[in-house]
Design a protein around this ligand. Structure first.
Ligand SMILES: C[S@@+](CC[C@H](N)C(=O)[O-])C[C@H]1O[C@@H](n2cnc3c(N)ncnc32)[C@H](O)[C@@H]1O
Length: 452
């Protein structure tokens, strides 16, 4: 067994450097490198489960194989590339990635046809292929997008029972199952115990002669024939990723069923911020023990909740002028509290309904302001921002500790923010990071409070 495994973590584009820093700080990892919207690192198999503690990242996957640009094995511009994708699964070294995936996700089913009956794992670490020759799924399009999967760890045995009870439900959406149910041999019975999978292909490159669904279908067809795993786009146990950037191909096994950016929040508002972005904003503020940290426009509370969870030795407060926002924040706080070991222990966060332009706080009383301002699209309007931003920054300057105070503000309205920052003498712009938020380019402004 190899000692090290490569993990890829996705991160909002523009925040890669913060994710790299977090990996260095928290993990015993090596060979960290950045890609666009992702970071790669190697971690020892023994400490693999520690990747769970990362907060700046969204999705995690184990890199099964990486074909660098110019690799002799894969040429994405060749005419037979789809056939190559089809044959690829039988040449990949799956064992380590799958055993770590099992350990990480807690999946309890079998992975290989002969795993329980004959234990027929070949000595070189590869697995015995299954005979799924009349599998009607061959060539089906297994490409899929992220979906929430509440039933993800369902025991395969339970599924069999369900499909026996009402086979028609199961058969309608899964032709492979149809074949298996028809034959009903013991061999095919064991195939039903195998996991369901899907391939998700992401592709960048203008001159490929294939589409993402075609690549996913071919690669997925190869997996289906090699392992006998059944395609299931909406309720897959295993998601295999095929990432193609021009002539660079990365194949991975996903560790996360849904983006970790959605943690903490169960009551979503119109503009809920990903917790992973909130964490990165907080990191940029260089919070110190004892600091008073405030989000004056908190919406459903993604920033203050992430702040309390990661910087517990601070005083945290937040508020919003919308009547629905403070109760929403409270409901999210209660949900997080309910997931903690000690459910009686609430999060130390004070929540207010207030106007950021007139805060009920004395001067020089807050060390760090962190906020995700109304962009003027889903929240507020560009017109209102001309009035709101100067007043909000002035009030935050009053309340923020002169000279030592900081603010990290996120907005897509760079025109208004640019003008306000040009005019004010109370805030100094230390850094602007441009990040991609669902296709929108937003600015993350790191400010320090001046003496004035
Ligand atoms: C982009 S949203 C914040 C979203 C939040 N980060 C979340 O994850 O839910 C901006 C928030 O600013 C609030 N807001 C707008 N004007 C405000 C004001 N004058 N005082 C306080 N809050 C205000 C809005 O009600 C909205 O909830």
């Amino acid at each position: 067994m190899a000692d090290w495994v490569t993990v890829c973590a996705t991160v909002s584009t523009g925040l890669e450097s913060i994710a790299v820093k977090e990996c260095k700080e928290k993990l015993a990892c090596k060979s960290i490198r950045e890609g666009r919207g992702r970071v790669y690192f190697e971690i020892s198999v023994d400490s693999f489960s520690e990747v769970k503690i990362l907060r700046s990242v969204e999705n995690l996957f184990i890199v099964l194989k990486e074909f660098e640009e110019g690799s002799e094995e894969i040429d994405c511009f060749s005419s037979d590339i789809l056939e190559k994708f089809y044959k690829l699964p039988q040449h990949l070294e799956w064992s380590l990635a799958l055993s770590l995936w099992k350990q990480f996700t807690g999946y309890e089913g079998i992975l290989f046809k002969n795993e329980t009956t004959e234990g027929k794992r070949l000595e070189d670490g590869t697995v015995a292929p299954v005979d799924c020759a009349d599998n009607q799924n061959k060539g089906e399009d297994p490409v899929g997008e992220d979906e929430t999967d509440s039933d993800s760890k369902e025991n395969p045995a339970k599924r069999i029972k369900r499909s026996n009870e009402d086979p028609h439900d199961e058969l309608q959406d899964n032709k492979c199952d149809h074949t298996l149910m028809k034959n009903n041999s013991s061999e095919n019975g064991s195939l039903l115990l195998l996991p369901r999978f899907r391939v998700t292909c992401t592709r960048t490159g203008k001159n490929h002669s294939f589409s993402s669904p075609e690549a996913a279908a071919k690669f997925g067809g190869g997996i289906n024939d090699w392992f006998g795993w059944r395609v299931d786009l909406s309720n897959a146990d295993i998601e295999v990723l095929l990432n193609i950037v021009e002539n660079h191909v990365v194949i991975g096994v996903s560790l996360t069923k849904e983006s970790r950016g959605k943690r903490n929040i169960v009551h979503f508002g119109p503009t809920t911020l990903k917790s992973s972005i909130a964490y990165c904003m907080l990191k940029l503020a260089d919070i110190q023990p004892g600091d008073v940290v405030c989000d004056p426009m908190c919406g459903g509370g993604s920033i203050p909740i992430e702040a309390v969870l990661n910087w517990p030795i601070c005083a945290h407060l937040c508020g919003d002028n919308h009547e629905m926002a403070p109760p929403r924040t409270l409901a999210n706080v209660q949900s997080v509290t309910g997931q903690q070991a000690d459910k009686r222990k609430s999060l130390p966060l004070d929540i207010y309904q207030w106007n950021v332009c007139n805060l009920p706080l004395k001067s020089d009383s807050v060390d760090v302001f962190i906020s995700d301002l109304p962009f003027g699209k889903k929240s507020g309007s560009k017109h209102e921002n001309w009035n709101l931003y100067p007043k909000a920054l002035e009030e935050m300057a009053r309340v923020c500790c002169a000279e030592s105070g900081r603010a990290v503000l996120l907005t897509q309205d760079k025109r208004v923010m640019g003008q306000v920052l040009n005019k004010t003498e109370q805030w100094k712009k230390d850094l602007t990071l441009w990040i991609n938020m669902g296709g929108l380019k937003a600015g993350l402004y790191v400010l320090s409070r001046t003496k004035k």
